[in-house]
Each structure stands twice: as structure tokens, then as C-alpha cells.
Design a protein around this ligand. Structure first.
Ligand SMILES: C[C@H](O)[C@H](O)[C@@H](O)C(=O)CO
Ligand SMILES: [Mn+2]
Length: 414
């Protein structure tokens, strides 16, 4: 135990906070790491195509993973630089097979290598149907397409993804979150929003018709404000999915980039949690729009973590990441994003929650202000460094050296 940690422990104890309790809590929080940061949302289907759906990674940094083996090697490295045990969030077009099944024909066996790897690595898995980067999504319409044949194709894809995810959850002994995001929307002002939303609702109902054990699968739905090419209306808006999740008992995914830039997603957590049993977060950093920048340890992230801790929402929230930046080392992006989420959680866990809440309940806003500002000067970094030291992962300059070393190695080989 370092001397600086000892001093930090005493400084937090002065405020009535046990650093060991905070460290134990942090160690129990898994973060679901998104596979798509590793290859710029390309996927491994045996055909070419763009990301589509208005989501696009920009940049051409060397070393992009081109195969499932390369992606797993990059993930192995990234996880080795992140303290704790976590999860991998896999998209359906990252199948690992020599076959070329269309989206409505994928099966569990096409993903079995990922499950074997997850078992060996002690990771959980989460899953997502891929409703973009496909000819049948070129109209930016899938589950709400006016053509019943196209809707049926995507319903079958979604149905199979639920079964695959449930089998992953069963194999790994931990329920897989299967998150539905569709790009459906309209570039210009539509005249029949209701018809589109009724079609989306009907397709979702068809996809969710077969109940699967909650011990294996958590169904989630993700809203969005707008996307490139669907500026006028998104069929699956926040109001649409909030209502759907409440009525149908699914989890609700809140993506930090899917709201107006002035809205606080942290503020939504307690409001939504009163009506929805389970939340999924897509932790992201929008810059002017849903730009999916790597998350920083900034005010938005700190507010999100504080709400999760102070509103006692950790047990009913799955924390996933959703960003993709191809202008920097992709492995470094993963490592820094996860570690920043963990740092934000640690900061929240190290706050004297009861004392702050008590000041607020007494309407003593002066005490609340003074305490929240003075607390910012506490030695959070020493506690984080101790967490990393116990997990044998580097911090500071040695972390930079390790991240650069791996990037140089992959750049040379790919
Ligand atoms: C790749 C993901 O499904 C995607 O990022 C989605 O979650 C999203 O946020 C789309 O904007
Ligand atoms: Mn998202």
C-alpha cells in the first residue's frame, strides 16, 4: 500500500468516507466494452458495405482490426490495461464463421468462437442486432418499412439475435443485454408519423413475442433524436421507446449522444428509473451532435456516475460504452474510455453521500455548496492509483508507454 494511498484514506475518513468500501464497490461494476470501436463499425460479414444508418467513424489511424482474431487480440490487450472484470458488447455483424449467412439466417454457431473466448477470458457478453450496413436498410427504414417483406426480414433478424443472446447468457451464466437500435426515420418532414410508429411497434411486438428467461436475456430498446439522413423524424424517438419500455417491460437504453446537446442525460436516470425496471447506458460524448467521441472524465460523465451511485441505480443499470474514433489508437480509445467511466464511478463512490443529502433535505444549500466544492480537492487520484496497482495495471507515463508500444506493434503488422 503506498504512502499516498494511506494519506488519501485518512483524508476521506475525515469526511466519513471509507476508501476500502468504495474500492470494493468499484471492483464489482462491470463495463460493457463495445466491439465496434476496434474496427470503425465495419463488422466481419463476407461482403463490403458502409456503416450506414447515419453512423460513421472518421479517421484512418493504422492498425484497424480486420478479422475476429485481430479484434480479440486487441481486446485482450485493452482488457489487460483496465482494472476489474468486464463484458464485451458484440454486434451481430461481427460473426466469426467461414459461412456467409444473411442477417435473417444467423445462428448461435456463427458466434460460438466469441463465447469460447469470453469463457476463457472470464468476460460476460452483450449483443445487438445489426439493423444497418445492409441493402435492406438502404432506405433508412427497417422495422418500420412500409414493405411487409422488408419488415419481416428484420423481424427475423431481431428474433434470431434474441435467441443467440439468450444462449450466450446461458453459456456464460450471466444475462446478455440484447439492445435494439434501428436507424429508421425520415430525411424530410413526413405526413404520416403515426403509421411509421405503428409499424415499428408491431414489428417490435413480433420480435419480442417469444418470452425468453430473464436469467439469460435482457431485452433493451434505444431511442435517438436524429441522425444523418433522418433529420426530420426518428421513428424510435425517446417518447416512443420510453412508452414502449414501460408498457412492455423491456429495458430502456439511454445513449448520451441521442438527445439535444443541452439536455442532461444524468438527470433522466432517476426520472426514468421510477417507471422502468432496467436501464442500459450507452456512455458516449456528443460534440455538437451524436459524434461518438471517446468519453473524457468531464462534467457529463461525473454527473452520470454520481446519479447512478446517489440514486442507488447501479443494480438496475447496465453500463455500456458507445463511441468510435478512428483518428487515434483504437485500443487506447477503449482503455481510456473504460478507465474514465471507472474513475467517474470511483469519484461518486468516494463522496459523503449521506452528509450531502442531509444538507439538501435541511435546505442548507450553503453547506451543500461548500461541501461539494471542497470535496473536489480530495486526493481521488491516489485512490484510483491504488485500485490500478492492486490490479497490476499501469497509470500515467507507464500507461502511455504501454499503449504506444501496442499501437506500434499492430501498425507494423497490419
Ligand atoms: C453501433 C451501435 O448500435 C450504435 O452506435 C447505436 O447504439 C447508436 O448509438 C446509433 O447512433
Ligand atoms: Mn448507442
Amino acid at each position: 500500500m503506498s504512502q499516498s494511498y494511506d494519506l488519501a484514506r485518512a483524508a476521506f475518513a475525515d469526511w466519513g468516507v471509507e476508501t476500502e468500501t468504495a474500492l470494493a464497490a468499484l471492483a464489482s461494476i462491470p463495463i460493457s466494452v463495445h466491439c465496434w470501436q476496434g474496427d470503425d463499425v465495419g463488422g466481419f460479414e463476407k461482403k463490403s458495405g458502409t456503416s450506414g444508418g447515419g453512423i460513421q467513424a472518421t479517421g484512418n489511424h493504422p492498425g484497424r482490426a480486420r478479422t475476429p482474431d485481430e479484434l480479440r487480440a486487441d481486446l485482450d490487450f485493452a482488457f489487460s490495461q483496465i482494472p476489474g472484470k468486464h463484458r464485451l458488447n458484440l454486434h451481430a455483424f461481427y460473426l466469426d464463421t467461414d459461412e456467409a449467412p444473411d442477417r435473417d439466417a444467423i445462428e448461435y454457431r456463427h458466434f460460438a468462437p466469441w463465447v469460447d473466448w469470453a469463457k476463457e477470458s472470464g468476460l460476460g457478453l452483450d449483443f445487438n442486432p445489426t439493423f444497418f450496413a445492409h441493402a435492406k436498410a438502404d432506405d433508412n427504414l427497417t422495422l418500420s418499412h412500409p414493405d411487409q417483406g422488408i419488415r419481416d426480414f428484420w423481424i427475423e433478424h431481431g428474433r434470431r439475435c434474441r435467441e443467440i443472446a439468450a444462449r450466450m447468457g446461458a453459456e456464460l451464466g450471466s444475462p446478455a443485454v440484447n439492445n435494439i437500435w434501428v436507424p429508421d426515420g425520415s430525411k424530410d418532414i413526413p405526413v404520416d408519423r403515426m403509421a411509421a410508429r405503428r409499424r415499428l411497434e408491431g414489428s417490435l411486438d413480433a420480435m419480442f413475442a417469444t418470452p425468453l428467461p430473464k436469467t439469460q436475456l435482457i431485452d433493451a430498446v434505444e431511442s435517438k433524436l436524429f441522425g444523418i439522413g433522418v433529420e426530420a423524424m426518428t421513428v424510435g424517438s425517446h417518447e416512443f421507446y420510453l412508452g414502449y419500455a414501460i408498457r412492455k417491460g423491456t429495458a430502456l437504453c439511454l445513449d448520451m449522444g441521442h438527445f439535444h446537446p443541452t439536455e442532461s442525460v444524468a438527470d433522466k436516470l432517476s426520472a426514468v428509473a421510477l417507471s422502468v425496471d432496467h436501464l442500459l447506458l450507452h456512455v458516449s460524448r456528443p460534440m455538437r451532435w451524436d459524434s461518438d467521441h471517446v468519453v473524457l472524465l468531464n462534467d457529463d460523465l461525473l454527473a452520470m456516475a454520481q446519479e447512478l451511485v446517489f440514486a442507488d441505480l447501479l443494480a438496475k443499470t447496465s453500463i455500456g460504452l458507445d463511441f468510435f474514433d478512428a483518428t487515434i489508437s483504437r485500443t487506447a480509445a477503449w482503455v481510456m474510455g473504460v478507465r474514465n467511466m471507472q474513475k467517474a464511478l470511483l469519484r461518486a463512490l468516494l463522496l459523503p453521500q449521506a452528509r450531502l443529502k442531509d444538507a439538501e433535505a435541511r435546505l442548507d444549500f450553503t453547506a451543500r455548496l461548500v461541501a461539494t466544492e471542497e470535496l473536489k480537492d480530495l486526493p481521488f487520484a491516489a485512490v484510483w492509483n491504488e485500485f490500478c496497482a492492486r490490479a497490476d495495471v499501469p497509470v500515467g507515463q507507464p500507461l502511455l508507454t504501454t499503449l504506444e508500444g501496442y499501437q506500434t506493434k499492430v501498425s507494423a503488422r497490419r
